[in-house]
Design a protein around this ligand. Structure first.
Ligand SMILES: *Cc1c(COP(=O)(O)O)cnc(C)c1O
Length: 451
């Protein structure tokens, strides 16, 4: 390793405990210190560059050091960095709320802020439960979520999710959530369409709601793509059916668009593809264009009204975070949101997505690729030990890690989830950079599956 990189690594490993990491891995897996970022590129202290094909954990939309977002934050910095949002307000949070209400599914008119995706999920769950309680429906205190779903790592969010790897250890600490079979189309029968499979799977949700609606406050789903759950995807028809059922059974629908929001699936919000409005919409990750931690739960006037009362009735939503509605983060979010319109981003992304899909689909014939799937700007490649039976590789073999290592050596940051290699690049990626990203993934997959 280059000397200046090495000294940062040594200093880091002396004190920094990294997220989602077995720290012992870093005895042999190189930690990558990053000095600067420009567009889709990250650069280390030796001047080596890495194409950020995962948008730095799905947060970055318009590249690192984006001039327009930089300028918005710098300008805001001269005015106000932060102020308590209880009893006080500021221009960026007002303007951002107006902008979000304009672009979100119609009827989501109220914005409650927090500072990360998990907290947004916690807010949505508490808000839903509390709504029913304020209406006197105190039995409605349970939640339904989907198998293989992911909603974050704090205890409430972890309980709502279903990714074994993150959840199993903490099970004794978690609230009891009803988990229903996923509409995940990787599991569809041969010959079945996505829509057929997702419709079929809805029967499980319908049954759960029919049986348990009286004690259920809300159903929470990640619309269209279960990102942390290996980028498994399903058909929009599931969301339409779910919306109808939630209405029928008087249960809230919480859409966790923390990962898929802001254009990832091809539309600004994934819910649009089913033309539905959730009762609560959770947004974070791309909200600030990948600059600052911020999240928001958007909800309806009806939900808001259930908390609006005389103080002594004790119906208020007494939830807060110190950095709620941080002014710098709100300024970044406004600037990021403005780029969608100014640059015709969603239309341009259709061209990029088509290119990415066309290039990646060549991998479908690979002897160890079970499926190449895509929704908008997300493409995933599922590696298996046996293509015919779809028998997965044993997780202990860490095949995805081999792809990670190869891609790093070739100047591309891919970070497979288990045995699923995926692309979720910033929207400022060029067709040539897509070619590089896919080529390096192809090489990595070949290397990772050759024995
Ligand atoms: C990342 C993610 C979260 C958690 O967000 P954090 O900011 O990491 O707490 C919640 N839901 C979904 C769908 C996510 O992808």
């Amino acid at each position: 390793m280059n000397e200046s990189n090495a000294s940062y690594v040594a200093r880091d490993l002396a004190h920094v405990w990294h997220p989602c990491t077995q720290m012992k891995d870093h005895e042999h897996l190189p930690l990558v210190p990053i000095r600067r970022g420009r567009g889709v590129w990250l650069e280390d202290f030796a001047g080596r560059r890495y194409l950020d094909a995962v948008s730095s954990w799905w947060v970055n939309l318009f590249g690192h050091a984006n001039p327009r977002i930089n300028a918005a934050i710098a300008a805001q910095l001269e005015e106000l960095e932060h102020v308590i949002l209880a009893g006080f307000t500021h221009e960026p949070v007002i303007a951002l709320s107006e902008a979000l209400v304009k672009v979100a599914p119609a009827g989501l008119t109220r914005c409650f802020y927090a500072d990360n995706g998990s907290s947004a999920v916690e807010v949505a769950a508490k808000m839903s439960f509390h709504y029913w309680r304020n209406l006197g429906r105190t039995a409605k205190r349970r939640f339904i979520s989907l198998a293989n779903s992911y909603h974050g790592e704090t205890l409430g969010a972890l309980a709502l999710g279903d990714v074994e790897l993150y959840k199993a250890t903490y099970q004794p600490l978690l609230m009891d959530v009803r988990v229903v079979g996923s509409p995940d189309c990787f599991e569809r029968a041969p010959g079945a369409t996505w829509a057929e499979h997702s419709t079929l799977k809805f029967a499980l949700m319908e049954a759960a709601l029919a049986r348990h609606h009286e004690e259920t406050a809300a159903v929470i789903v990640e619309p269209l793509v279960q990102c942390a759950g290996s980028m498994r995807m399903y058909d929009p028809v599931y969301l339409s059916l779910l919306r109808q059922a939630c209405d029928r059974y008087e249960v809230h629908l919480i859409a966790d668009e923390v990962a898929v929001g802001f254009g990832r699936t091809g539309t600004l919000f994934a819910c649009e593809q089913a033309a539905i409005r959730p009762d609560l919409l959770c947004l974070s990750k791309g909200l600030t264009g990948g600059y600052l931690p911020l999240s928001v739960v958007m909800t309806t006037d009806a939900v808001y009204a259930a908390f609006y009362d005389e103080y002594v009735k004790m119906n208020a939503f007494l939830h807060s975070h110190s950095y709620t509605g941080n002014a710098l983060a709100c300024a970044a979010a406004r600037a990021s949101l403005a780029i969608f319109d100014a640059d015709g981003v969603l239309a341009k992304n259709r061209t990029l997505a088509a290119h990415m899909g066309a290039r990646a689909h060549a991998l479908a014939d690979h002897a160890h690729v079970a499926e190449v799937r895509q929704r908008g700007m997300i493409v995933a490649i599922e590696l298996v030990k046996d293509k015919a039976t779809r028998e997965p590789y044993p997780w202990q073999e860490r095949r995805g890690l081999r792809v990670y290592r190869h891609s790093l050596a070739r100047g591309v940051l891919l970070r497979p989830i288990g045995n699923v290699v995926y692309f979720m690049p910033p929207y400022v990626i060029t067709p040539e950079e897509i070619d590089l990203m896919v080529t390096v993934a192809e090489e990595g997959i070949e290397k990772a599956t050759c024995d």
